[in-house]
Ligand binder design. Structure first.
Ligand SMILES: Cc1cc2nc3c(=O)[nH]c(=O)nc-3n(C[C@H](O)[C@H](O)[C@H](O)COP(=O)(O)OP(=O)(O)OC[C@H]3O[C@@H](n4cnc5c(N)ncnc54)[C@H](O)[C@@H]3O)c2cc1C
Length: 388
């Protein structure tokens, strides 16, 4: 049985690994010239680590990452709004890890036969019989072609061509109201980052998490009009330095230890709920951001994509060669779960991005009064896989 995977990000590569391990002949078509990812960090939470264990990669990922649950949420002055019981979280759910995205992509990529990886190949459409049309770019020799699969996996991200082909009526992604900046510090900062922390202000947040090599992954989310830009990456960094100059350490030091070229800025979108993740006619399953792009508030987008990959391969295996039945089983298991995570992530972002002084003061008081145990309980359906 042959599977054509559209998109070689974390979701597509995880799907290729999972299907290959179950005996599928896989082909991954990736538009970019290389299978890699941009310079940012990635939190891989306990639910995704369990999925990576199923792919045989959990131990390696843990060994190459920092492995602690998030410490909690602070306010701009530095005081704690919510302090996690990190030992309790670890005991209840397992490890959290943080590593550069490119490293996870490289680990997944290494599990897929080299001959299956087609970089520089842009998929332009998927036909009802499972035929995938593509155009090879300069990196792979110019040309057009088709690939026919018993299965097509649409893992081509939030602007998925596969989704447009199989669900033309699906609503487009919607802007969440805030922009995101991401960067890994260029040098080790002068002040230690003690663990993974978010600091909440009014309509803006700064997050940081140490990486194993001493550098620190940082992100900022702030309310902004769609499409706003401060100019070049250097201009964006200058803006962030001004914006967070009075926030607690290590934030100003992290910004000082960063070069402008490291800064990535993107608007934040999410995908409205799809009525299905599969099409029998097209023999297609949508997966990852193509199926359920979510706001990054819970740090679960890639985690859910990895879960999708493992569950898709298991569902097809369980259906014993009946692809339609396998697709239905995948949709039944994954759609409710991932759409629940999208909703929770949206709700958290709503509260985190309040900007009114009264509401943020009330929110902060509420956070200070939240016991660690109720925070852990709120994570259980997402991270523990409880309540599925
Ligand atoms: C600021 C921010 C922070 C985040 N932090 C986390 C986190 O800590 N933890 C976490 O789990 N998630 C996080 N996420 C979410 C996570 O990045 C995404 O959910 C995840 O990358 C989705 O993976 P994917 O493979 O489905 O899609 P993508 O990563 O978008 O990959 C899609 C791939 O398909 C390729 N492609 C697209 N179109 C075509 C085409 N027509 N033909 C061929 N190839 C194509 C693209 O080049 C790309 O390589 C974060 C997101 C943001 C925005």
């Amino acid at each position: 049985m042959k599977a054509v995977v559209v998109g070689g990000g974390i979701g597509g590569l995880a799907a290729a690994v999972a299907l290959h391990a179950r005996g599928w002949d896989v082909e991954v078509r990736e538009r970019a010239r290389e299978f890699t990812d941009i310079g940012a960090g990635l939190a891989v939470q306990p639910n995704a680590l369990r999925a990576l264990d199923a792919l045989g990669l959990g131990t390696t990922v843990r060994a190459r990452a920092t492995t602690d649950p998030p410490l909690g949420i602070r306010h701009a002055g530095g005081g704690w709004l919510l302090r996690n019981d990190t030992d309790g979280l670890r005991r209840r759910f397992g490890q959290w890890v943080m590593l550069p995205r490119a490293e996870l992509v490289a680990l997944l990529r290494a599990q897929v036969p080299e001959s299956a990886l087609r970089a520089g190949s842009t998929v332009t459409g998927v036909l009802p019989d499972g035929t995938v049309r593509y155009r090879d770019g300069p990196g792979a020799g110019v040309g057009k072609g088709t690939g026919v699969g018993d299965l097509v996996v649409g893992a081509d991200g939030i602007r998925s061509v596969t989704r447009r082909a199989v669900l033309p009526e699906a609503p487009p992604p919607r802007y969440a109201g805030y922009s995101t900046w991401r960067f890994i510090t260029t040098a080790r900062p002068g002040v230690a980052a003690e663990g993974s922390v978010e600091t909440w202000g009014r309509g803006e947040r700064f997050g940081y998490a140490p990486l194993p090599d001493g550098r620190v992954y940082c992100y900022v989310m702030a309310n902004a009009p769609q499409g706003e830009s401060k100019g070049s990456p250097e201009d964006e960094l200058a803006h962030l330095r001004r914006r967070f100059a009075r926030w607690h350490e290590p934030i100003p030091s992290l910004l000082a230890a960063t070069e402008g070229s490291a800064v990535l800025r993107h608007d934040t979108y999410e995908l409205p709920d799809l009525p299905t993740f599969v099409s029998h006619r097209h023999r297609t399953a949508l997966l990852g951001d193509a199926a359920h792009a979510m706001t990054p508030n819970l740090g679960q987008g890639a985690c859910q994509a990895i879960e999708d990959a493992v569950e898709l391969a298991a569902a097809l295996d369980g259906a014993g060669g009946d692809t339609a039945a396998g697709l239905d089983a995948y949709d039944r298991v994954r759609r409710p779960r991932t759409q629940m995570v999208v909703r929770r992530s949206r709700r958290l972002g709503g509260v985190a991005h309040w900007s009114s002084p009264v509401l943020t003061a009330l929110r902060n008081t509420g956070l200070r009064m939240t016991p660690g145990s109720s925070f852990a309980r709120s994570l259980a359906p997402v991270i523990g896989g409880e309540g599925r």
